[in-house]
Design a protein around this ligand. Sequence first.
Ligand code: CUP
Length: 147
Amino acid sequence: MADFDAVLKFWGPVEADYDNIGNMVLTRLFAEHPDTQKLFPKFAGIGQGDMAGNAAISAHGATVLKKLGEVLKAKGNHASIVKPLANSHATKHKIAINNFKLITEIIVKVMQEKAGLDAAGQTALRNVMGVFIADMDANYKELGFSG
Ligand code: CUP
């Protein structure tokens, strides 16, 4: 099975609850990698205990997962998705590439727990994200962002 399909098989529970699962992804990312919380000024100062109920965290978490859903459904033809994403993340948010690798591992764990992502799906998700992140990196280099 293609990597995209091996992940999409488990996408239903994610799609049904983008806000809550997105919140869990960002809350766990900020717990495990506290520096990532500083990347987005609007999240500075929110304590771990207040994150689950924070609407801004849920909204951005949902945005991240919806992007990933678009990438999965594009099945490799994701250049038009990656370009604006790389643009905004390099020039506006200034998010270094390594952060995308960190969030990948968190999404793998949360999907394992909340959507039952199996071992093959976990490998497939890492593969998809690896290609996606390499394409982001190529765009970053074109933009002259060292990321
Ligand atoms: O869109 C957005 O917002 C992004 C998404 C993605 C994911 C993965 C890869 C690439 C891209 N984001 Cu936001 C991201 C991130 C965050 O938020 C935080 C941290 C890290 C990363």
